[in-house]
Design a protein around this ligand. Structure first.
Ligand SMILES: Cc1cc2nc3c(=O)[nH]c(=O)nc-3n(C[C@H](O)[C@H](O)[C@H](O)COP(=O)(O)OP(=O)(O)OC[C@H]3O[C@@H](n4cnc5c(N)ncnc54)[C@H](O)[C@@H]3O)c2cc1C
Length: 474
């Protein structure tokens, strides 16, 4: 089957990868001149990389890890010490570690909570550990049912202390969804916590050894094209043209650079675009169909990714860090954590600014000024005093609509990959799969779309399978 896929993010690429595996012929149409969507990255005039987002991979990403294995690029994942590390704003330039011992789950994570004496008292620790228990005992069904509550409401119901809520869960909520605990569905954080509690290396974090565009997307393109698929850039889908019975007649691609629009006919069609774009391009007749009407309940959340290049080292920590700042979420010194960005003498701090709704329309200068103020609190020894570190340059990347906003009740709006239109499928991390709006979710959604196609139209034997667990190199 010839399958036209609109969107060259991880979901579109994964869909094409698993389609070639099962003998189909995918062709990806990506609107921009760079692949990767939310993982896209660029080089500046000095040859330094900047990215749409700071991306961490988790041990609890079975489909992503399997993909790395299938592409034979497992060595590109740089696994870090098994720990979650938080800044301590009240004790600047010190860090609080939830170090996860190498013992079976869930005892490893529970031990990491019990052993942390910086952030939690014994009563808080016990409440925290006990509060998480229903998720472990009652599994994903319980976790899904909690979508009716915000994380803050759920924590209150569990009797988990406000201090834990503010210290640990604001950081987790901002990192996973770019919104605060009062706005985020309890299902999101419980899903992550549940995976961490069930899988020994689930919370272990890895960084890619270079830019996702070069080190992850390109090998996918090579794999796809070597097996008869195609990947085309600067090919934006302009219209999904439908037949009288609602099926897709063709994709109409917008001609760029003075080129005419182009009709693309295929046997099957996939949208691997974000939900916001899919809503705009929805053919009129589909708007009557409840399946597609549900998409109205989903909307991308704003987020901002910051890159700050300093004239010296501000930290020596080779890991993801939770800033516990109102303005900022997670960050890393990419000059340490990522091989291709390495600089032995100077830091390049990459931050996610979230929630970003009040910042997305501000100028880069305003955003950087506020960030520097915040950094003076986090790194006073380096950024105040007689000889403060100098900011050599910065880059601000704004994404007004990124992953779907994971507020309470959204699970019911997330569509399946198979649609009521017989020749049209959906992929994208917003579609229904158990890994939320993440890279793992994007890869899994693409794989599920490819599987739905292969089940309906078997070609050659499929080598693809959906993974629920994966060994992590330790
Ligand atoms: C700041 C930030 C930090 C993040 N951190 C993490 C993290 O640490 N760990 C993690 O797992 N996830 C993280 N994520 C989430 C992760 O990046 C996304 O969930 C995932 O990349 C989404 O992939 P996707 O293919 O579903 O969608 P997208 O990446 O949005 O891909 C959609 C593609 O469709 C293309 N497109 C749009 N319109 C058209 C059109 N008309 N025609 C053709 N193509 C079109 C777009 O250009 C894009 O390439 C982060 C995201 C951001 C923004």
């Amino acid at each position: 089957m010839r399958v036209a896929i609109a969107g060259g993010g991880l979901a579109g690429l994964a869909c094409a990868k698993y389609l070639v595996d099962s003998g189909h012929q995918p062709i990806i149409f990506e609107s921009r001149d760079v692949l990767g969507g939310l993982v896209a990255a660029w080089k500046d005039q000095d040859g330094d990389w900047y990215e749409t987002g700071l991306h961490a991979f988790f041990g609890a990403y079975p489909n992503m890890l399997q993909l790395f294995k299938e592409l034979d690029i497992e060595d590109r994942l740089q696994w870090k010490e098994h720990a979650l590390i938080f800044n301590q704003p009240e004790k600047p330039e010190t860090y609080s570690y939830f170090s996860v011992p190498n013992i079976p789950a869930p005892f490893n994570v529970l031990m990491s909570i019990l052993r942390n004496n910086d952030m939690l008292t014994w009563t808080q620790k016990l409440r925290f550990a006990l509060g998480l228990w229903p998720g472990v005992l009652r599994g994903q069904k319980y976790v899904e049912a909690m979508d009716k509550y915000s994380l803050k409401e759920w924590l209150e119901r569990q009797g988990i202390d406000e201090r834990v809520s503010s210290d640990v869960f604001i950081a987790a909520s901002k990192a996973l969804t770019f919104i605060n605990p009062e706005d985020v569905s309890a299902t999101i954080v419980l899903t992550a916590v549940n995976k961490f509690l069930r899988e020994r290396y689930g919370s272990k974090i890895a960084f890619l050894d270079g830019s996702p565009t070069e080190r992850l997307c390109q090998p996918m393109v090579d794999y796809i094209t070597a097996r008869g698929g195609e990947v085309l850039l600067e090919k934006p889908l302009k219209e999904i043209v439908v037949n009288a019975d609602g099926t897709v007649r063709h994709f109409l691609m917008r001609g760029l650079h003075g080129q005419p629009d182009q009709i693309v006919e295929a046997d099957l069609y996939v949208s691997a675009m974000s939900v916001d774009v899919m809503k705009v391009l929805m053919p009129q007749p589909w708007k009557e169909i409840p399946f597609f009407q549900k998409l109205e309940g989903l909307e991308g959340v704003p987020v901002i990714n910051l890159h700050l290049w300093f004239d010296r080292k501000l930290t020596d920590i080779d890991h993801l860090l939770f800033s516990r700042s109102d303005l900022l979420s997670v960050y890393a010194d990419m000059s340490i954590t990522c091989k291709a960005y390495e600089d032995p003498d100077r830091s390049m701090l990459e931050f996610v600014l979230a929630p970003a709704k009040d910042w997305i329309d501000r100028t880069d200068e305003e955003i950087i000024a506020a960030t520097m103020k915040e950094l003076e609190r986090l790194f006073p020894q380096h950024l105040t005093g007689e000889n403060p570190a100098k900011l050599r340059k910065y880059k601000v990347v704004k994404t007004p609509r990124s992953v779907y906003t994971a507020s309470p009740g959204r699970q019911a709006f997330r569509p399946d990959q198979e649609t009521p239109i017989s020749n049209f499928y959906l992929a994208g991390s917003y579609t229904l799969q158990q890994y939320l709006g993440s890279m793992e979710g994007a890869v899994l959604s693409g794989k599920l779309a490819a599987q739905a196609i292969s089940n309906a139209y078997p070609a050659a034997p499929s080598s693809a399978s959906v993974s629920s667990s994966q060994a992590v190199p330790v």
